[in-house]
Design a protein around this ligand. Structure first.
Ligand code: GLY
Length: 350
């Protein structure tokens, strides 16, 4: 994307402008060609349909938040994506509990729900928390009650497929309990059945007015202790937006993002001048430095978990990085929706 950079003294701040951090509000840096902004949407790899949908909405002049929420709703509604919404993997009791948050750059407002059951679109409820309450985060039964009061219908989010995956996990965790696996292998969900997943979708966008917003939504760590809340509904951990700087969200092991307030820090690295990709990599390094506990390390002393970041800055530059790769992420801009390779610190051994 070509940009014509100029500084205009004495002008008022406009939509396609960055106010310099060091200068007063009279210093304006225009960063877009002919004052025109090209929208950009970034998401995790499972968000290829989400970025397409979000881009369509944003490219016709709508707010970035409208775009990203409509985008992730497609994934929440998809029973074949086992990381989010309907068909998300359940907790250890076989009950699906969802976490989500959203953040709106222009108002610097945010909303979130955590451990909400029976509602397939927690991102819509998070938006209502932001827009229709004085709160930021509502959890558990309170979140469900709040959703019902706004007309959401309850449904069982465990599909027949995820029930079988859960049952396989339950029957195989111990040979000292009373649950036996079948002798014959009925079906093959090997990866999902043998690993505990922290799949999630994060989606962030820059709209035609130069405003940023983001959303993160997840069923969280599979087979978690009921009530466990990860990073996805925590502003600063699983998502952060500063409308003057950039937006970042994350997927992967939420506990490390909670301990490091990672998405906030990625935005701060961008504020310090790093590109989105550099900022994501800096955060990966920070997490690895802090992951000193033995239970976080493999036999070679490397992290035994992964975390991925998806970042976009006010100029529409974007980037993604993970502790372990290779991996892909989704993006949609003037060149269309596509997967791109993210940067990473080390090769995934598994
Ligand atoms: N990042 C999703 C989770 O840990 O719940």
């Amino acid at each position: 994307m070509k940009r014509r950079d100029f500084i205009k003294a004495g002008a008022a701040a406009g939509a396609a402008s960055l106010i310099s951090q060091s200068a007063s509000a009279t210093k304006l840096i225009n960063i877009f060609p002919d004052d025109k902004i090209s929208p950009v949407v970034i998401a995790s790899a499972n968000g290829i349909e989400a970025v397409k949908k979000a881009y369509e909405i944003i490219a016709t002049g709508n707010d970035a938040l409208d775009g990203v929420i409509a985008g992730v709703n497609l994934v929440e509604d998809d029973p074949n994506d086992h990381s989010v919404g309907l068909g998300g993997l359940p907790n250890e009791d076989g009950v699906v509990e969802l976490d989500s948050c959203c953040m709106h750059g222009p108002t610097h407002n945010a909303g979130a729900v955590a451990a909400i059951r029976n509602i397939r679109n927690p991102s819509k409820v998070a938006r209502l928390v932001m827009e229709r309450t004085d709160h930021v985060l509502i959890v558990g039964k309170g979140a469900l009650r709040f959703a019902r009061r706004h007309g959401f219908e309850e449904e069982n989010l465990l599909t027949d497929e995820t029930r079988k995956i859960w049952l396989h996990w339950k029957e195989n965790i111990s040979d000292k309990d009373d649950w036996f696996p079948p002798e014959e292998k009925e079906h093959n969900h090997s990866v999902l059945m043998n690993e505990r997943l922290t799949g999630t979708i994060n989606c962030n966008a820059l709209d035609l007015k130069g405003n940023l917003s983001g959303v993160t939504t997840t069923s969280g760590l599979s087979y978690k202790i009921p009530g466990r809340v990860g990073d996805s509904p925590i502003i600063g951990a699983g998502l952060y937006v500063d409308n003057e700087i950039g937006a970042c969200g994350s997927t992967g092991r939420g506990e490390e993002n909670l301990k490091n307030l990672s998405s906030f820090m990625v935005v701060e690295f961008m504020r310090m001048g790093q590109s989105p990709e550099e900022a994501c990599l800096s955060m990966c390094k920070r997490i690895v430095e802090h992951a000193r506990a033995r239970f976080l390390k493999d036999k070679n002393g490397n992290p035994n978990f992964n975390v991925k970041f998806y970042a976009i800055n006010k100029m529409g530059e974007f980037g993604s990085a993970a502790i372990k790769g290779p991996f892909k992420y989704s993006v949609c801009d003037l060149e269309g929706a596509r997967h791109k390779e993210g940067a990473f610190l080390m090769k995934n051994e598994s």
